[in-house]
Design a protein around this ligand. Sequence first.
Ligand code: SAM
Length: 226
Amino acid sequence: LNEGWLGGTRGSFIKGGREQLVVLLEHGLDFQSVVLDVGCGCLRGSRWVIPLLDRGHFFGIEPQRAMVERGLREFVDPEIVRLKEPRFDHNDRFDFSVFDTTFTHFMMRSIWSHASKQQIEVMLDNVVEWGQPGAVLLTSYHPAREGWADYRGADWQGRSHVSERPAAVAHAFEWIQAACETRGLDVRAVDRPPLAEDDQVWLAVKKPGELPVQLPPRKDAPASRE
Ligand SMILES: C[S@@+](CC[C@H](N)C(=O)[O-])C[C@H]1O[C@@H](n2cnc3c(N)ncnc32)[C@H](O)[C@@H]1O
């Protein structure tokens, strides 16, 4: 299915990928961060992220196994793959427990723009369960508006491991906000212009707490005061 598909338009491959790195960096990405890319496709975004992270700190979920294989073959330097040991799972249940680790960052680019409300709720439950204190979920979506109704269906719409039909859905921000609030998560818009190619806007969903910040030791202070 979907042979040759890059996960978005060809024209957005570089820009849409780098955008994911920029948004992660703006939300505290560090070498020690532990990143889960949900629906990582052929690594359009994570090809920029994997080289930055410490070994064993990158995880991806993607039911289209061939897309991940292509990404690792064509879009990431083989030496980087060997050094960084990214791990992948191919479940389609948004099951984040499979890696038996907790995450600082969740990336969901062009995922909520296809997912049903039930699927978004599963993702949010898993962010609560598998996110470290202060963990951030970065997700892009189409806000519901006049002419594009809030999606009420139960299924994923668009290309996937079971469909070759392009489609996208919109969600009302108010619904997303309520779904986050009931789980103790904070949600706010990220101030980045939408890409011309797909017109999605970013949201940052945050778990309470703070991510660790690693500062180098101060050279000018005596060790006892560090
Ligand atoms: C529009 S693409 C975006 C891919 C990638 N995030 C990017 O920015 O290039 C949506 C991706 O979600 C994947 N997907 C579909 N159903 C899924 C599910 N149930 N769980 C996880 N990923 C799924 C698709 O196979 C596809 O790779």
